[in-house]
Ligand binder design. Structure first.
Ligand code: URA
Length: 244
């Protein structure tokens, strides 16, 4: 669908609509290789190749990446056979069809990426990506230090050892809060790991994914990643586990 260029540029998270108008007038925006300076110009972000200062606009020519702060009570799928609300419901104004990158449980909250870029999804979710994900968890009670050490070292889940991870206490209470950083994302991994340490997870929130945090994003809010952020994710490489 065609829309005004300044609206498309602002929606891609590059800048405000007013600044986008300035970029257009300054001749810094091109559509399919032709510089466009007229403010009323329209384009179709799904079809046209839009560039700002020569760089492809995220969301132009198909691809965009969204960072959502998922509240609890939403499923991380596009459709739920049980009729529960999906994370897609939270993406008001997003016309492109996007899919979650991995999953957060219905009862979990925090950072979830969504994109229509299948290659990016594959590279972020592949076993070799080793992208650190940090979770804050509230536990039913206090786990024994030796059990936490075992989790950090690695335990066997589904017949395969977990990667070494880092765990630290962030708030000492009757129901303490811990932070755990993993470089993998297996099914219900955090909940299952703490169960092995004898403690049930009562709250779980993902607070960091690679270099992305929830700063400025209230639960239920989302933002478009900028072009440099997408590039950084696309070329994410780390051989080391999470720092200790
Ligand atoms: N691990 C879990 O157990 N649940 C989540 O939602 C994410 C990580």
């Amino acid at each position: 669908m065609e829309e005004r260029l300044q609206k498309i540029i602002a929606a891609a998270g590059i800048t405000s609509r007013r600044k986008a108008e300035e970029l257009i007038v300054q001749g810094r925006v091109s559509v399919n290789g032709r510089v466009v300076r007229e403010l009323g110009s329209k384009a179709d972000p799904d079809r046209d190749k839009i560039r700002v200062d020569g760089k492809p606009l995220p969301g132009s020519h198909g691809h965009l990446v969204i960072l959502l702060n998922k509240p609890t009570g939403y499923v991380s799928t596009v459709h739920d056979p049980q009729g529960r609300p999906t994370v897609i419901k939270l993406l008001e104004g997003v016309r492109q069809r996007v899919y979650p990158v991995g999953r957060l449980d219905y009862n979990s909250s925090g950072l979830l990426l969504l994109t229509n870029d299948g290659d990016l999804t594959n590279s972020l979710t592949s076993r070799t990506s080793r992208i650190p994900r940090t979770y804050r968890v509230k536990l039913e009670g206090q786990p024994a230090p030796k059990d936490l050490a075992r989790l950090e070292h690695g335990i066997v889940l589904d017949g395969r050892p977990t990667e070494p991870c880092r765990i630290r206490m962030v708030s000492e209470r009757e129901k303490p809060w811990y932070e755990i950083t993993l470089v993998e994302g297996r099914y219900h991994q955090v909940r299952r790991m703490f169960e092995r340490a004898g403690q049930r997870v009562v709250k779980l929130k993902r607070v960091r994914f690679a270099f992305l945090t929830d700063r400025g994003l209230a639960p239920g809010q989302f933002r478009y990643l900028s072009a440099p952020e997408i590039e950084r994710l696309r070329h994410w490489k780390t051989e080391a586990g999470p720092e200790r």
